[in-house]
Design a protein around this ligand. Sequence first.
Ligand SMILES: Cc1ncc(COP(=O)(O)O)c(C=O)c1O
Length: 384
Amino acid sequence: MEFIDLKKQYERIKPQIQDRINQVLSHGKFIMGPEVAEFEKQLAAFVGAKYCVSCANGTDALLLSLMAHEVGPGDAVFTTPFTFIATAEVICLLGATPVFVDIDPDTYNIDPVKLQKVIEDTKKGIVRGAGIAKPLNPKAIIPVDLFGLSADYDRINQIAKQHGLFVLEDAAQSLGGSYKGKKLGNVTDIAATSFFPAKPLGAYGDGGAIFTNNEAMADRLRSLREHGKGSHKYDNVRIGINGRLDTLQAAILLSKLEIFDSEIKERQEVAARYTRAFKDLVKIPYVPDGLLSAWAQYSVVTEKRESYLSKLKELGIPTAIYYPRPLHLQTAFSHLGYRQGDFPIAEHTSDRIFSLPMNPYLDSVDQGRIIEAVKKAAEGISRG
Ligand SMILES: Cc1ncc(COP(=O)(O)O)c(C=O)c1O
């Protein structure tokens, strides 16, 4: 058994994928070929946003979104320490400062109550990281929809409005999920997603996209992803990057988008079965009313993580830990001066969380094996 198995999906849509790839090989427009615009149009419609600007990966999607808002030195960008490094890395790449805010203990997403407090403190010149130069200009919030579950956008958007900030949703893990009936990717000012192969909508390589309802913003993003081009390739009006999505990846994603709705439904079934089986054994994922998770991961929390992991390994069940170390304790951010104890919920969760195999193609036999293995591990632990 593999942690992420992409072969069964390929078997389901092999002829469509091969046709799409062959079309690209025939027309030969490998950069910005017709599939790129077609994919952007279809994905914008899927999410319900006016514009989708595709790009090379989810990290560039975040970076381009910040560049388009001219985020730079002296700016504070508020985000969660319990995420993949890319979320905060892009802030530093532009010379701005990530200001971390602890997470909610149940959803593992940024805690709006703490967010409000940290923004107010930052405005007063109080910031926790000892290495952070003060004062900072609060500029943006990057909430992450961790494991596919939406952050609390009603409250986050309201806080952003109150303080004049923009919200960049990191929807790398949550495409296909929704918040109170609205598709994720279309619940804030701007959103970034990733098509890394293991994501809910994954390419066969790197890919990413940005969503916005603002036409001028979409134009700026299109310029930035192609070296800041103006009216043509050799008219460069701003500093940008080479951040385009490959035509081949767009072609593959077009085939995968056709079955994406059905895969999201299948993920709900896999998650529901896990939840029924594990509710008395470990802390299962919490999905607030009105939210639909894209179930990028199924993650559980337990005081006995090491015992579970070693028993599951012995029984041939792959597992993963997202994330073993919160970002404020990563060497790359040591210049910010955060310390152990600064974000207790993120730290506590990092020490106890682990993820089980989750994908739409997990058949009942394999899932049964995983459930039995978790139960066996739990029995062993309760016997001591
Ligand atoms: C929360 C989050 N943000 C950003 C990224 C970056 O995406 P990519 O790997 O496509 O650059 C990822 C995934 O890798 C992610 O999980």
